[in-house]
Structures are given as structure tokens and as C-alpha cells.
Design a protein around this ligand. Structure first.
Ligand code: HEC
Ligand code: HEC
Ligand code: HEC
Length: 360
């Protein structure tokens, strides 16, 4: 006997299958226990689905910045050590055996990492992988942070255990981290900002030494609450209480500031100086020094100093103000009115200037 396939029969058939499936789930035969691992077919489906989804969505990802940059890799590594290594291991630090037994197990990166393209890694790190425990980036809009992580992931296969410790913990490599009391807190900050508060690996981390105490406190509160959106600073601050934040702000404000030698082309510095001192009246940009100069800071101690800060950090913060990821209203407006060229010139001038020459 042959059955003619009509639309009606097709729909009835599919409907029956769906009901049957629901029935199987309802009576509870389907085993959601994780002890036996996934069936080969589930594994194949999940993995295949993940690979195709990552491949497709990565087509929408923007062109990467230069990922061989040491500062970018160090920033990624610093966050990796706390945010990812507990699940994935790291060079010289094999994965925790309990992790290997979860379903599906996180791949162990101490043994290398699959050959994904940069944009594919970006997509995985930004959004995570559903049904697997692989979390997305806490602040997926911070593309600059996700790229720093991708830069580090691409460097993993070439890193010896020693190099990994240096890249992820700087001068704290091999020293005990965390621990009790204020020293324990400081050791965590020092992994990235260095014990002297001047940062490490070029412009990987902003300088905190000698910064205004009121501003530092304000920044720590803003990171902890998520008002200032950064996955990298969210982890170190979310566990701090008010007293600890105050102690940290006062500690870093009291450390000696020292200018870092930084070189920029003369015409860029000239443009930057003009903007810093006079603003851009036609574009309604006020003079930066009217708030960021030494006298202005004496008037309002919550205004941050910019002199001697790393240029790439300043430039990136101006971009974050421009695209609204950093939300302080005055600086949002100013960020919006500067072109990229003007922002990088004024960042360069502040980076190269020493506080003494900032009078108006
Ligand atoms: C709670 C554990 C957990 C944490 C924390 C975690 N991951 Fe994962 N990750 C996973 C699991 C599980 C998978 C496997 C997904 C799969 O099988 O499709 C995975 C997959 C990945 C992959 C794809 C690797 C491959 O070859 O399939 C990358 C890349 C990755 N994680 C990077 C990261 C980064 C970077 C971080 C930190 C920001 C991180 N993960 C944090 C559990 C975790
Ligand atoms: C994993 C690396 C890492 C650790 C650990 C870390 N920081 Fe940061 N910190 C960063 C990065 C990256 C930024 C830049 C954030 C951004 O771009 O939004 C930053 C920014 C800051 C800022 C803002 C500076 C400014 O000029 O606005 C302060 C203040 C700060 N960190 C203090 C601390 C303190 C205090 C600790 C220890 C409790 C700490 N950080 C631990 C990486 C780290
Ligand atoms: C009316 C006062 C005012 C003026 C004028 C001003 N700023 Fe700001 N700026 C601020 C305040 C307040 C903050 C702190 C914002 C916050 O808490 O997020 C800030 C923060 C910044 C930061 C981030 C610093 C850090 O450590 O993260 C940069 C970069 C910056 N300003 C650059 C500039 C530049 C460049 C100009 C001139 C074109 C300028 N500002 C003019 C008030 C001002």
C-alpha cells in the first residue's frame, strides 16, 4: 500500500512526532543526568551546532586591532588568570580534575587551544556557548576588552609556563596572591597595576600612583556597581566593601607619581596642547585644563589628573565616552565632539606632559 504525501498528512505526522517527544520528556525517561556524558549524537549535534553558529556569526565581527601587541596580551592574561583559568587551566597549570568531569568539559588550554580564527574567538568570548557553562563577557559591548582576551588566547600556544606567569601577574609572578587583610587586597591589584601603581607592560594598565584620592574612590565604586562598565575591573572590585575601597584609594593616591618617557610627533603634540589649553571653540569643546589642570584639581579634587597617564589608555577612555559606554555626562559630550585625530593628539599631549608645566 502506498500513502500519498499531502500537506495535511505531513503536518499531522510532524505534530504527532512533536507530541510524542513532549510525552517522553513529561514521563521523565529522557535522562538529564550528566554522569554518563552526552550521547555521541547529542555531542555531535551540540558541537556541530556550536561550530556552525560561531562560523556564521563571526562573519559580522569587525576587523581586529593588531593582536600581536604585548600590552593587549598582558591585559587579556591578567583577566584570564582569575576569570577563565579555573575552568580552562593555563600553560603550566593543568585544569582542575573536577572540571574535566563536567558535561561538556571545558577544553584544557594548558594543552594548547583549537585552531579558531580571531573573529571566531571574539564571538565565543563575547557571547559564550549556550548549554555548556561557558559564560559570555559580562559587558559584551566592551569590544576592546574582548579583543584583549582574543590577543591573549592567540598567544597561548607559544607561552612557556614561566612566560604565562609573567604575562598574567607581572612582578607578582610566583608570589602568594590574595591572602588576608589589606596586603592580600594589594597583592591582587599589583598583578595588573604593579606594586608601585604605575602599571606594567607598556600601556597595558592605567597608572594609579599619585591620582586624586576622591577620583580613585569614585572610580572603584563605579566599577563595583557596574556604572562604569568593565569586566576586567568588575572582578577585582565587586567583593570590596566601602572601607576597603577608601583604604585602596588613599594608598594609591599617596604613591609617588613619576612621568613615563613617551615620544610623539611634534605636530601632534602642538595640536594636543592647543586643545588642552584653549579647547575647540568652534566645536564647543572647553579647555581640558580648566578641569584637568593642577589648579582646577585643587578646586575640585574629584577631577582626575591626566598628565603622565598612558596615551592609549586616555585615547581609549575618550572613545568609551564618545560611544556612551562610560556615562559621565560632561565627558560624554566632550568625547562626542572630538574627532579621533583630535582625541589621539590631546591624549598624546597629556601623556607627555609633566604636572609642573600645566599651569594656565
Ligand atoms: C564555568 C566554566 C567556564 C568558564 C569560567 C569559562 N569557560 Fe570557556 N568554555 C567552557 C566550556 C564548558 C566550554 C566548551 C563549550 C563546548 O564544548 O562547546 C568552553 C569553551 C571555550 C572556548 C572554545 C574552545 C574550543 O576549542 O571549543 C573558548 C575559546 C573559551 N571557552 C574561552 C574562555 C575564556 C576566554 C574565558 C574567560 C573569560 C572562559 N572561557 C571562561 C567553560 C568555561
Ligand atoms: C586583571 C587586571 C586588573 C586587576 C587585578 C586590577 N585592575 Fe584596576 N584596571 C584594570 C584595567 C584593564 C583598567 C582599565 C579599565 C577600563 O578600561 O575601563 C583598570 C582601571 C582601574 C582604575 C581606574 C583608573 C582611572 O584612571 O580611571 C582604578 C582606580 C583601578 N583600576 C584600581 C584597581 C584596584 C584598587 C585594584 C585591586 C583591588 C585593581 N584595580 C585590580 C585592570 C586590573
Ligand atoms: C567640566 C570639566 C571637564 C572638562 C572641561 C574636561 N573634563 Fe575630562 N573629566 C572630567 C571629569 C569629572 C572626569 C571623570 C569622569 C568619570 O568619573 O567618569 C573626566 C575624565 C576624563 C578622562 C578619563 C580619565 C581616566 O583616568 O580614566 C579623560 C581621558 C578626559 N577626562 C579627557 C578630557 C579631555 C581630553 C578634555 C578636553 C578636550 C577634558 N577631559 C575636559 C571633567 C572634565
Amino acid at each position: 500500500m502506498t500513502i500519498r504525501l499531502t500537506w495535511k498528512r505531513l503536518f499531522l505526522g510532524l505534530g504527532g512526532l512533536a507530541l510524542g517527544g513532549l510525552f517522553v520528556i513529561w514521563i521523565g525517561i529522557f535522562n538529564i543526568g550528566a554522569t554518563g556524558g552526552h550521547w555521541a549524537i547529542t555531542d555531535w549535534l551540540l558541537h556541530g551546532a556550536m561550530r556552525s553558529s560561531v562560523r556564521t556569526y563571526s562573519l559580522l565581527v569587525e576587523t581586529p586591532p593588531p593582536l600581536a601587541d604585548r600590552a593587549l596580551q598582558a591585559r587579556g592574561a591578567g583577566h584570564y588568570a582569575e576569570g577563565c583559568a579555573p575552568c580552562h587551566g593555563a600553560p603550566g597549570e593543568p585544569q582542575n580534575p573536577a572540571m574535566r568531569r563536567s558535561t561538556p568539559p571545558p577544553p584544557d588550554f594548558s594543552r594548547g587551544i583549537d585552531d579558531w580564527g580571531s573573529k571566531e574567538l571574539f564571538r565565543i568570548v563575547q557571547h559564550g556557548v549556550r548549554f555548556t557553562g561557558m559564560p559570555g563577557w559580562i559587558v559584551p559591548e566592551r569590544h576592546d576588552e574582548v579583543w584583549a582576551m582574543v590577543a591573549f588566547l592567540e598567544a597561548i600556544p607559544r607561552l612557556s609556563p614561566e612566560e604565562y606567569r609573567r604575562l598574567s601577574a607581572g612582578e607578582m609572578a610566583g608570589k602568594p596572591l590574595g591572602g588576608e587583610g589589606f596586603e592580600g587586597l594589594l597583592s591582587d591589584c599589583a598583578r595588573c597595576h604593579n606594586a608601585d601603581g604605575l602599571g606594567r607592560d607598556g600601556a597595558a594598565f592605567p597608572r594609579l600612583a599619585g591620582q586624586s584620592e576622591a577620583y580613585l574612590l569614585h572610580a572603584l565604586r563605579a566599577f563595583a556597581s557596574g556604572e562604569r562598565a568593565s569586566a576586567m575591573m568588575r572582578l577585582p572590585t565587586e567583593r570590596l566593601d566601602e572601607a576597603e575601597m577608601r583604604a585602596l584609594a588613599s594608598h594609591y593616591a599617596a604613591l609617588p607619581w613619576s612621568p613615563a618617557p613617551q615620544n610623539f610627533p611634534a605636530e601632534q603634540l602642538a595640536l594636543g596642547e592647543r586643545i588642552a589649553r584653549e579647547g575647540l571653540p568652534a566645536a564647543q569643546v572647553p579647555s581640558c585644563l580648566s578641569c584637568h589642570g593642577a589648579e582646577a584639581r585643587a578646586r575640585n579634587p574629584a577631577w582626575p589628573r591626566l598628565d603622565g597617564q598612558h596615551a592609549p589608555y586616555l585615547e581609549n577612555q575618550l572613545a568609551l565616552f564618545r560611544n556612551g559606554q562610560r556615562r559621565e555626562p560632561v565627558m560624554r559630550t566632550i568625547g562626542d565632539r572630538l574627532t579621533e585625530e583630535q582625541a589621539s593628539a590631546v591624549a598624546a599631549w597629556f601623556a607627555a606632559s609633566s604636572g609642573a608645566s600645566q599651569g594656565r
